[in-house]
Design a protein around this ligand. Structure first.
Ligand SMILES: Cc1cc2nc3c(=O)[nH]c(=O)nc-3n(C[C@H](O)[C@H](O)[C@H](O)COP(=O)(O)OP(=O)(O)OC[C@H]3O[C@@H](n4cnc5c(N)ncnc54)[C@H](O)[C@@H]3O)c2cc1C
Length: 474
């Protein structure tokens, strides 16, 4: 078991020399507290950093990591702290590196169709900026308004558009990173192809701050799709809803940019929270939200007519079309605010993140319903139907105390995650492992787990990078 060193006043002085006084937070409980947790929830998933550093460039980070290596102090990179697996929580104390001051879009290269950003850019700020130039960044987690590009890359974030564009890994062409020994290295870049050996860019994506600190990210851009149309589709049951996903794609001959799913409990809570009523709310057991992108209205009309026909043939109760911003917003509000909507009624609601092959969604939903009955716990579910990624959210019953709830909710989510893995899925589809799911990683990844650990040992032999995430410190 690794023992880490503590931050000393000598180190604080060194860090102030490197970064300037204002970029170092030390000995200020209230200010440090802001960096002690992410959105995983509750005091159980929180730990105070000893010091927070706010660098402005890779050279400063390099000097910090050289010192951290020499002194054997743990380092936890932190984006916006919107994570749902505790990945940015400094569970061994030490240094938190916050990227809030590294928030510049360095370049939008219209010739190569590449954006180069610092890690602290809010994802939606990049989306907006490139759209002004007729371009599109296709990464779109539901937390797009808050999360940072660096955090998205480090968790390989997904979201609603994965069926058409893939997850964050698909958009990353290159990463400039500082290795634990302080070396600054650029992997990949503006080139679109590279068959020269192992793909280290792909290895860094999803590494949750355990291998290196990203200081610059090269992202693929595509032309901005002109217009969108959204369909709200109620179904009598989950099985019917999910069995529509495949035919919808083949019969409309177009990949939707999203096919989202919400169950009846989520709709009841979401409609109260957002003060909206959805059509068929009393009768429907599940809804799909389908989005298409196209160049103009005519193209979209032809797509949604084919899609509507396919859905009605597939026993949808109705198909509601929103082709203007106001109606689209109404359709999306419940899905986008899904977690907030549930937490407004029960704040102690952790979020699962399982993924299964799409055809297995009805089976995992049946299992979730069984677990819900067995444990007498309400578990609303929403997710990305087109890629099989579901978020079960067990809500604390009133008669269970908080201490018991931590164990109980973890047991519930573990059972669901292991079942998903056995169905050919995985224990995390997009939120990552952090420290909350590290036992599940061990239980389900077998040989891959051992290989992951040996890669970590090679790149971070002293084990200072975000210790306790993915694995226990070795
Ligand atoms: C309401 C809500 C909706 C969400 N919807 C989605 C969704 O649709 N899809 C999805 O995938 N996730 C979703 N999430 C989860 C979360 O937003 C994502 O995991 C996001 O990618 C985290 O980004 P962040 O900037 O907040 O990173 P943080 O939570 O701060 O950190 C996450 C990880 O990234 C590492 N990290 C951050 N920056 C760097 C860097 N520069 N170098 C190295 N490592 C770094 C951290 O060490 C940590 O391991 C949602 C969360 C909320 C609260």
């Amino acid at each position: 078991m690794i023992e880490f060193a503590k931050i000393t006043t000598r180190l604080v002085t060194e860090f102030k020399k490197i970064l300037g006084n204002n970029a170092v937070v030390f000995d200020d409980k209230d200010a440090l507290e802001n960096y002690a947790h992410d959105e995983t929830g509750g005091e159980y998933y929180s730990h105070m950093p000893e010091i927070v550093l706010k660098p402005e460039n890779a050279e400063q980070i390099s000097k910090v990591l050289k010192l951290a290596s020499a002194e054997h102090v743990p380092v936890t990179p932190r984006g916006a702290g919107s994570g749902l697996a505790g990945a940015s929580v400094p569970i061994y104390g030490g240094i938190v590196i916050s990227f809030e001051r590294m928030n510049k879009i360095v370049e939008i290269d219209k010739t190569n169709l590449v954006a180069v950003t610092e890690p602290g850019v809010v994802t939606n700020d990049l989306c907006r900026k490139v759209s002004e130039l007729g371009l599109y960044y296709a990464g779109y987690p539901m937390s797009v308004e808050t999360s940072f590009i660096g955090g998205n890359v480090a968790t390989n974030a997904g979201g609603s558009k994965v069926i058409k564009y893939g997850n964050t890994a698909h958009h990353v062409l290159g990463i400039e990173a500082v290795l634990p020994n302080g070396e600054i290295v650029q992997f990949g870049g503006k080139r679109r192809k590279d068959s020269s050996g192992y793909d280290i860019v792909r290895l860094l994506v999803g590494s949750e701050g355990t291998l290196a600190v990203f200081t610059k990210i090269f992202l693929n851009l595509i032309p901005l799709p002109g217009k969108t149309v959204d369909l709200l589709v109620p179904f009598p049951d989950i099985h019917t809803a999910i069995s529509n996903v495949g035919p919808l794609i083949t019969e409309s001959k177009t990949l939707p940019s999203a096919v989202e799913f919400i169950d009846d409990t989520s709709v009841v809570l979401g409609s109260k929270y957002n003060n909206i009523r959805l059509p068929y709310q009393e009768k429907a057991d599940a809804y799909l939200i389908v989005q298409y992108e196209g160049h103009d209205r005519d193209e979209l009309e032809s797509i949604y007519e084919k899609a509507g026909k396919a859905l009605m043939n597939g026993k949808a109760m109705d198909v509601f079309v929103a082709d203007n911003r106001t109606n689209s917003e109404k359709i999306w509000r419940i899905r986008r605010n899904w977690l907030e909507g549930i937490k407004a009624f029960e704040s102690h609601t952790p979020t699962g993140d399982v993924v299964v092959p799409t055809s297995k969604i009805p089976e995992i939903m049946e299992y979730i319903a069984k677990i819900s009955k067995e444990y007498k716990v309400q578990i609303p579910v929403a997710g990305h139907a087109a890629d099989g990624n579901l978020h079960p959210a067990p809500m604390k019953p009133k008669d269970v105390n908080l201490g018991e709830w931590k164990e109980l909710s973890e047991e519930i989510l573990s059972k669901i995650a292991i079942k998903a893995s056995k169905m050919g899925g995985a224990v995390s589809g997009e939120h990552g492992i952090g420290f909350v799911k590290k036992e599940l990683l061990k239980k389900t990844k077998n040989k891959q787990y051992e290989l992951m650990k040996s890669l970590k040992k090679t790149i971070d032999p002293l084990g200072i990078m975000n210790p306790g995430k993915l694995f226990d410190p070795q």
